[in-house]
Design a protein around this ligand. Structure first.
Ligand code: C2E
Ligand code: MG
Ligand code: MG
Length: 605
């Protein structure tokens, strides 16, 4: 029965509602934010129970906090024996749970007269007969517990007594709100509001504990480059704004499941649970760096480019949070010292550049050391087998890594921009070789080189190309260039100008790996393409898979309508060659006719 003041007298709501209300996530989070569960006895809180007991003239008063499966007494007066030492009971012994669930004062004069409360074990074990409990509702609206007065006799609670209890509860609420605010600040960085080191460590341990046996958790420390100089140049106040802007930018680049915080000064930390391998971790790290590199930070009307260095450590459920964070911070310092961008800490805590990054550095040196060479693979007439051209394919024989596949190093070179010098080197090697062949064997021989989208974006690519031809005394027809669909999709003015310039020299332009890209065929109308190279994946299943056969037939029909030539890539068997001939394909390339080989090793010709 509810009174006008929002009090309940002698009535307990059904247990089912109570459990739902008690288990509310926001409520439990607010409760944890108080940091009072299982804390040492707290004189400040005990004082409220003493005051309540003395003023109301009752033997017992409690400050009960309702956790997910128990009530914990953050303060108590008049409890004896095991209850005083344990400071907790199960829900079976709690009246306060009703107060928290309803957020209303509960007033009980004689529990034995209530059908539900009479069965509550607090009546039997704690001698609770009369009870008055006021909810402790924090400023955020969450009821975390109750302040209650208990008598071992039935009694009537006067309005005055209840008003005193409510006043005391109001004071206690203010104290709890202040504690929550202080705790919040204690675990969050003041400037950015992000979790600080203590909270990051706690989260890290928690995430590790929860991670599955197959999962990795990555910890990344992201240090702002040259922050000391930024601080000096701009002054502390402006430098703080840089930190805030960086926090915002990086925070926007993390996944929802990640925890992002500020470890100290100019170092931010990302906890990324549930990752599976190093490639995924590096992608995340790259995303953080790109978030900063994408555009400058505007400070006082000026644009400031801010870079970052990332140290990474990865761990599993049996690792320790503080250790992992320390390893990531160590890897970041290592990277900074070596003027590198990303370093990874291995299981024994030694920082190293990741295998991909080692390849990247190796590739840079390889270009200077002449470890990159060209292999040539013939392109033949399917009818008769006559060689019409060779494709130049980059090869890397590394002193450090051995033979590295282009499938591995070309994507890295594209990511780092090294594809530009590499592509120029390949142009030279191909030009040198075809010039020799044209003199020695066939004056009409032609060589195809692969050109990356990035090369095509360079405004001087047309010139570099023309210059290479003239240095080797070659006409444009001695060359073909191969570009992929991806390269064309992003084609803008510069790319188009380069392609036209190349085309003017008489060089053929081939669309490589046709069918694997986006196949937004509209670009075929806009660009001066002469040849389509059907990707190996269609040839592989030719004859076995009806779709591949139909696709190849369709590509051939389309090309003939547009007066383009077609080269089938990756022909390995006579059956494939026969089928292609039947379908009307004139040109082919593949292991059946010749593998890519270097000229010195007795290769082509
Ligand atoms: P791509 O331009 O499509 O080159 C054809 C690839 O197919 C070559 O792989 C070649 O060795 C392989 N291949 C040829 N015939 C057969 C066959 O019958 N069976 C099989 N299984 N494979 C065959 P490679 O040399 O590993 O090159 C891979 C890719 O790397 C190239 O594909 C090209 O996209 C890229 N690439 C290679 N050299 C360069 C270069 O100098 N510059 C650029 N930008 N990319 C290059
Ligand atoms: Mg190619
Ligand atoms: Mg290809």
């Amino acid at each position: 029965m509810k009174s006008d003041q929002g009090r309940c007298a002698n009535s307990a709501p059904a247990d089912i509602d109570i459990i739902d209300a008690i288990h509310d996530g926001a409520r439990l989070a607010a409760l944890r934010g108080l940091d009072l569960l299982d804390s040492a006895p707290d004189e400040e809180i005990d004082r409220f129970t003493r005051l309540a007991a003395e003023t109301l003239g009752v033997p017992v008063s409690l400050v009960s906090l309702l956790d997910s499966d128990r009530q914990f007494f953050a303060g108590h007066h008049g409890l004896g024996g095991i209850w005083a030492t344990d400071r907790q009971t199960p829900f079976s012994h709690s009246f306060c749970k009703y107060v928290v669930a309803t957020k209303q004062t509960l007033v009980v004069e004689d529990a034995r007269r209530d059908a539900v409360l009479s069965r509550n074990l607090a009546v039997r074990d704690l001698g609770v007969l009369a009870y008055a409990g006021v909810p402790l509702v924090l400023a955020d609206g969450n009821a975390v517990g109750a302040l209650c007065a208990i008598d071992h006799q039935p009694r009537h609670w006067t309005e005055h007594e209840l008003a005193v209890l409510e006043d005391l509860a109001a004071c206690l609420r203010s104290l709890l709100d202040m504690r929550a605010a202080l705790n919040e600040r204690g675990l969050h960085d003041r400037l950015t509001g992000l979790p600080n080191r203590d909270l990051l460590v706690a989260y890290c341990d928690q995430l590790l504990e929860r991670s599955g046996s197959e999962e990795l958790m990555a910890v990344m420390c992201v240090g702002i480059d040259s922050f000391a100089q930024i601080n000096q140049a701009l002054g502390a106040r402006e430098a703080d704004k840089v930190l805030e802007a960086v926090a915002h930018r990086l925070g926007g680049a993390v996944r929802r499941s990640d925890v992002f915080g500020r470890l100290r000064g100019d170092v931010f930390t990302l906890l990324a649970p549930g990752v599976t391998d190093e490639a995924e971790i590096l992608t995340l790290a790259g995303r953080l760096r790109e978030a900063l590199a994408a555009r400058p930070i505007q400070i006082g009307g000026e644009a400031l480019w801010v870079g970052a260095t990332v140290g990474i450590a990865a761990g599993r459920s049996d690792d320790s949070g503080p250790d992992l964070i320390a390893q990531a911070a160590h890897a970041m310092r290592e990277a900074k010292q070596r003027r590198d961008r990303i370093w990874v800490s291995d299981a024994s805590g030694n920082a190293r550049a990741s295998s991909q990054l080692r390849l990247r550095d190796g590739l840079r040196r390889a270009l200077d050391a002449g470890e990159i060479y060209a292999a040539f693979q013939p392109v033949v007439a399917l009818d008769g087998g006559q060689v019409r051209a060779f494709e130049a394919l980059a090869r890397w024989n590394s002193t450090e890594f051995g033979e590295v596949s282009p499938a591995e190093f070309i994507p890295i070179a594209e990511l780092t921009g090294d594809i530009i010098p590499l592509g120029e080197r390949m142009l030279e090697l191909a030009a040198e070789q075809v010039a020799a062949w044209r003199v020695e064997t066939d004056p009409d021989l032609c060589v195809g080189v692969n050109v990356s989208p990035l090369q095509l974006e360079q405004s001087n690519f047309g010139e570099v190309f023309a210059d290479t031809l003239s240095r080797f005394g070659l006409p444009g027809e001695a060359f073909g260039i191969e570009i992929t669909e991806g390269g064309l999709l992003e084609t803008g003015e510069i790319q188009l100008r380069n392609l036209r310039e190349i085309k003017r020299l008489g060089t053929r332009i081939a669309l490589d790996d046709f069918g694997t890209g986006y196949s937004a065929l509209s670009y075929l109308r806009h660009f001066p393409i002469d040849t389509m190279k059907i990707d190996r994946c269609f040839i592989e299943t030719l004859g076995e898979d009806r779709v591949s056969t139909s696709l190849v037939r369709a590509i051939l029909a389309m090309a003939s309508g547009m007066e383009m030539q077609v080269v089938a890539e990756g022909i390995e068997t006579e059956e494939q060659a026969d089928l292609l001939r039947e379908l009307g394909c004139l040109w082919g390339q593949g292991f059946l006719f010749g593998r890519p080989a270097a000229v010195e090793s007795g290769g082509p010709v």
